[in-house]
Design a protein around this ligand. Structure first.
Ligand SMILES: NC(=O)c1ccc[n+]([C@@H]2O[C@H](COP(=O)([O-])OP(=O)(O)OC[C@H]3O[C@@H](n4cnc5c(N)ncnc54)[C@H](O)[C@@H]3O)[C@@H](O)[C@H]2O)c1
Length: 435
């Protein structure tokens, strides 16, 4: 198929060469005349492994050209991939000037185009940008989004240095769109690219790249901070991280990566504190590791704020232990929540089938006796007793028996800390802690 690529920098040049390799006819567009000339001479605009050969091959097979003429490029292509820069402003905001300049130009070009056109944004842009681009293109072209053209989000995941290989072997291809024709065309564009083809709503596709890159940055800084601690203790940090990475059950896995309530229990709070204090004793400044507990406390505060904002007094907490299937109450965030609510004078009832006060022993019993000395007066293993006259139901542990809660206890306020429900069809009020 014929495609135009706007911006012939890292993403655009690699995209142009790889799309030509996939058998498409590519028209590159850039405001930089020198880059256009380079492509038209069969030369890449960047230094990257394999890119020289690919651009040369596309040039020789007449599958790649470049121009500064936007109108011509748009009229001769079905899809325009936008790959222009989105730098930071001085204050750290995203500068979308280049994106909007291209959108305006494409809009003007579409005035004289009869057939449907797809604009795919490959540049990294914050949620909401596709919508603004769509509005701008509609205004400039005097055409209707969805009927005459579509704007889809198609984030790019390549890394410089391995860009060609990454482009041709992405972890997945993501298209954010609600337009079925555009989806089908984007599938066709990437037919020969391996990996899952995922279609999502536009905002989800827009935010993914930021989630990825923030996580990557977090990984780098976490590993570096662990390296600093290991160095201070004369432990080989690479040996440590080699072993760390072998755990694909908990460490490098989806585990612990679902937004929800704060962490707690007998290990995570204690052990992060111990490592942080050890680092402090070695005069190490480790901002990422130091911030973990503060972030976790913030998540607990968020629940209190949500409850307070509802203006009700009768609260039921479902789940007191730090996770389902255990009676361990030590450092459970639910216990903190209960303590805070009681301190603020709320009328509280608690349900947890796993917690039998008479059977608690050792540090677990000591902890709860100190934190909630009158727990026996407010805890029950009978759901009806706990929920009958409650105004707010806080689900703190995910349990099978809560699956029918919405039907059994209508017209309440449910505050879900564990994503008990995926569908939010409730005749009361439903609020998730982080969704
Ligand atoms: N570089 C990467 O590894 C990478 C990876 C994934 C995503 N991204 C994202 O992709 C986008 C592009 O990054 P890049 O590194 O390729 O940028 P770049 O600066 O290398 O290239 C941008 C190109 O856009 C051109 N341009 C600017 N205005 C234009 C216009 N009106 N019409 C046509 N061309 C125009 C510039 O002349 C330049 O050649 C950014 O949003 C970036 O965050 C980059």
């Amino acid at each position: 198929m014929n495609i135009s690529i706007f911006g012939l920098g890292y993403v655009g040049c690699v995209g142009a060469a790889c799309c030509a390799r996939l058998g498409h006819y590519v028209i590159g567009v850039d405001v930089a005349v020198a880059k256009v000339a380079q492509i038209n001479a069969g030369k890449p605009t960047i230094i990257e492994a394999q890119i020289g050969e690919l651009v040369q091959e596309a040039y020789e097979q007449n599958r790649l050209e470049a121009t500064t003429d936007v109108g011509d490029a748009v009229c001769r292509s079905e899809i325009s991939l936008i790959c222009v820069g989105t730098p930071s402003s001085k204050e750290g905001h995203l500068n979308l000037d280049y994106i909007f300049a291209v959108a305006k130009e494409i809009g003007e070009a579409l005035r004289s185009k009869e057939s449907f056109h797809i604009i795919a944004i490959r540049s990294t842009v914050l949620p909401g940008t596709n919508k603004r681009v769509g509005d701008l293109v509609a205004k400039e072209s005097d055409k209707e989004e969805g009927k005459d053209f579509a704007v889809v989000s198609n984030p790019e995941f390549m890394r410089e240095g391995t860009a060609v290989n990454d482009y041709l072997n992405p972890p997945f291809t993501l298209i954010g769109t609600d337009n079925t024709y555009a989806e089908a065309k984007m599938r066709e564009l990437y037919t020969d690219i391996p990996g899952e083809f995922i279609v999502s709503d536009i905002a989800t596709a827009e935010i993914i790249k930021y989630v990825n890159n923030t996580f990557h940055a977090l990984k780098v800084t976490f590993a570096n901070e662990i390296g600093s601690i290991c160095k201070a203790l004369a432990i080989d940090s690479h040996k440590v991280m080699d072993i760390f990475c072998k755990d694909t059950q908990l460490n490098l896995s989806p585990y612990y990566l679902r937004p929800g309530f704060a962490y707690g229990g007998s290990c995570l709070p204690k052990d992060t504190k111990a490592l942080r204090t050890l680092a402090h004793d070695h005069y190490l400044n480790l901002p990422v590791i130091n911030a973990i507990e503060a972030s976790n406390e913030g998540q607990k505060r968020r629940v209190l704020e949500i409850i307070e904002a509802k203006g009700k007094r009768k609260i039921a907490i479902l789940g007191l232990s730090f996770k389902p299937g255990t009676d361990d109450l030590r450092s459970s965030p639910s216990v903190d929540l209960a303590e805070n609510l009681l301190g603020k004078g709320y009328l509280l009832r608690i349900f947890d089938r796993n917690v039998r006060l008479s059977q608690l022993t050792g540090t677990n019993a000591d902890f709860i006796n100190e934190a909630l000395p009158h727990l026996n007066e407010i805890i029950s293993d009978d759901l009806d007793t706990v929920l009958d006259d409650s105004e707010i139901i806080v689900i703190a542990n995910k349990e099978k028996e809560f699956a029918t809660l919405k039907e059994r206890y209508p017209k309440r306020i449910i505050i879900d800390l564990v994503r008990q429900f995926d569908e939010v069809d409730y005749d009361g009020e439903y609020e998730g802690i982080a969704w």
